[in-house]
Ligand binder design. Structure first.
Ligand SMILES: O=P(O)(O)OC[C@H]1O[C@H](OP(=O)(O)OP(=O)(O)O)[C@H](O)[C@@H]1O
Ligand SMILES: NC(=O)CC[C@H](N)C(=O)O
Ligand SMILES: [Mg+2]
Length: 506
């Protein structure tokens, strides 16, 4: 996942608003940050590896002055971690187009071939997002050939439609287009979130914003209008008018992992509250715990993301809830930290046990998910060292057994602790005395309760059903070659003590 945000305003100070909004989306990507603004005549851009607070300085408010702008926080799922692959990306024809992308394209190789061979375009990076931008540019150019250049908005919408017909995978996208305005579109399955918001521009019409999660709106005084529909495009022109276009027929199938872990609990995605979904996940999990008849003294969440689930399990079972693990707030999210060696070490840096809550007790640890197993395995050890009698664990989501190809870095089966194993084998591997997993049907129920109009979710990492379809050899190729994490470990200067600053030069 990545976070994307675009603001089309009337003031000249959009940079500060994008900066604040990106901070609200920082949990979606911590490897690189970028902002581009448009004055009406020129683009101004800054991007580098690192967190928003480290990449941008106060002086940027002056150099990135503009009325319209957008930003990106990156968590790579394709290509490499080189600073050159930080977003936004730019092409200069047929219009000057900047693009930011959340998601992952699955027919990249075929499209790379077409873009480079047939259309003679030169790609500077291995990023799937750069391919997406070049396909869009080609398709807009095709539309100009047919329609002429009198109506750029018509050509852009036609280009989006043709792009959607060619590109497979997950893509929520925002573009800045020279002389035209801001364009946003969401893939025909709406796998990644994207919503639109409005703000009264003090009697001067309306300002609009697009963002991955609606938490990025309130801080800038915007009110959410709605989620973009799957297969829909919207464009805000330079006079502040909003144009809507259903590019292709859509079938909403949002990624269920957004509700498990990726999105903030205070976000509402496709009408579903992330927080309430997590509470419902706790209610269903509680039934399994009760049915087990185990003697449990305490329920302890793995902070932060498992707290809403654990609170509900405690409430429903009547078992006391305790904060037995203290999180060091100065260490970032570990699951999305690239490189297995770095991930393993940072769990220990990040969490510490309070012996009082473990000594002589039977504890049930609850986490939102178990992916590679790094986090929970280390915590089980810590609990034992802190004197726990029995350590039971529960995952608020089902076993992750398939790679995610739609924008989450779970790229290879063999990295997933649950892949190819029975529950009993996983329990043993994790060193726990009992192991519970949420049932997939219960997870789907928990999300769907929030918006019964959504008939299907993308649950591919749990059930292997890839809603966009995948080329025959796609997963095998992924398994053997394109592991972002591995590439990062292999990069010079990264070693075991990976440090974003070391990579800033790309
Ligand atoms: O099985 P693993 O591969 O270890 O991944 C699963 C863990 O990763 C995430 O936490 P993370 O520490 O990234 O972030 P959080 O502090 O926001 O929960 C998630 O909440 C699980 O705890
Ligand atoms: N997580 C994402 O959305 C990643 C976007 C894009 N695939 C990249 O790797 O940069
Ligand atoms: Mg966690």
């Amino acid at each position: 996942m990545c976070g994307i945000l675009g603001i089309a305003s009337r003031t000249d100070e959009v940079f500060a608003e994008i900066y604040d909004g990106l901070l609200m989306l920082q949990h979606r990507g911590q490897d690189a940050s970028g902002i581009v603004t448009y004055t009406g005549e020129n683009f101004r851009e800054r991007k580098a590896n690192g967190l928003v607070k480290d990449v941008f300085k106060a002086e940027d408010a002056e150099t990135l002055r503009g009325k319209i702008g957008m930003g990106h926080v990156r968590y790579p799922t394709a290509g490499s971690l080189s600073a050159a692959e930080a977003q936004p990306f730019f092409v200069n024809a047929p219009y000057g187009i900047y693009l930011v992308h959340n998601g992952n394209i699955t027919n990249t190789e075929e499209q790379r071939e077409k873009v480079t061979a047939k259309y003679s375009r030169h790609l500077r990076t291995t990023s799937d997002s750069e391919i997406l931008l070049n396909v869009l540019a080609d398709k807009v150019a095709d539309a100009i050939k047919v329609n002429g250049n009198a109506d750029p908005i018509r050509n852009l919408f036609a280009g989006v439609k043709m792009t959607m017909e060619r590109i497979q995978g997950a893509y929520s996208v925002i573009c800045l287009i020279a002389g035209v305005g801001m364009l946003a579109f969401r893939d025909p399955h709406g796998i990644r979130p994207l919503s639109v918001a409005k703000r009264d521009a003090d009697g001067d019409g309306d300002d609009y914003a697009f963002a991955s999660e609606d938490v990025a709106f309130g801080i800038n005084g915007f009110t959410k209008l709605r989620d973009l529909k799957p297969g829909e495009a919207m464009l805000v022109d330079l006079d502040g008018n909003l144009h809507e276009f259903q590019a292709v027929e859509g079938n909403l199938t949002p990624c269920i992992f957004e509700y498990v872990y990726l999105a903030r609990p205070d976000s509402l995605l496709d009408g579903i509250s992330v927080y309430k979904t997590q509470m419902r996940m706790g209610q269903t999990l509680a039934k399994q715990i009760e049915d087990s008849g185990l003697d449990i003294d305490r329920i302890i969440p793995v902070p932060d993301s498992a707290r809403p689930v654990a609170l509900e399990v405690a409430k429903a079972t009547g078992i006391p809830y305790r904060e037995g693990l203290v999180k060091n707030r100065y260490v970032g999210r570990t699951f999305i930290m690239p490189g297995q060696a770095e991930r393993q070490k940072s769990v220990r840096r990040k969490l510490n046990a309070i012996p009082l809550e473990f000594d002589g007790h039977n504890v049930l640890l609850i986490d939102d998910s178990i992916v590679r197993g790094n986090t929970i395995k280390k915590i089980v050890q810590m609990c034992r060292e802190a004197g726990a009698k029995k350590v039971y664990i529960a995952s608020a989501s089902p076993p992750v057994i398939y790679p995610n190809v739609y924008g989450i870095d779970m790229p290879t089966k063999h990295e997933l602790v649950a892949n190819g194993k029975e529950i009993e084998e996983i329990r043993e591997e994790l060193g726990a005395d009992a192991l519970f997993y949420q049932n997939l049907d219960d997870l789907i129920w928990a999300a769907q309760e929030g918006n019964p109009e959504i008939k299907q979710f993308d649950c591919s990492c749990f059930d292997g059903n890839y809603i966009t379809g995948l080329g025959d050899s796609y997963l095998e190729t992924l398994e053997s070659s394109s592991r972002v994490s591995q590439k990062i470990e292999d990069m010079p200067g990264t070693g075991s003590s990976w440090n974003a600053a070391k990579l800033a030069s790309g």
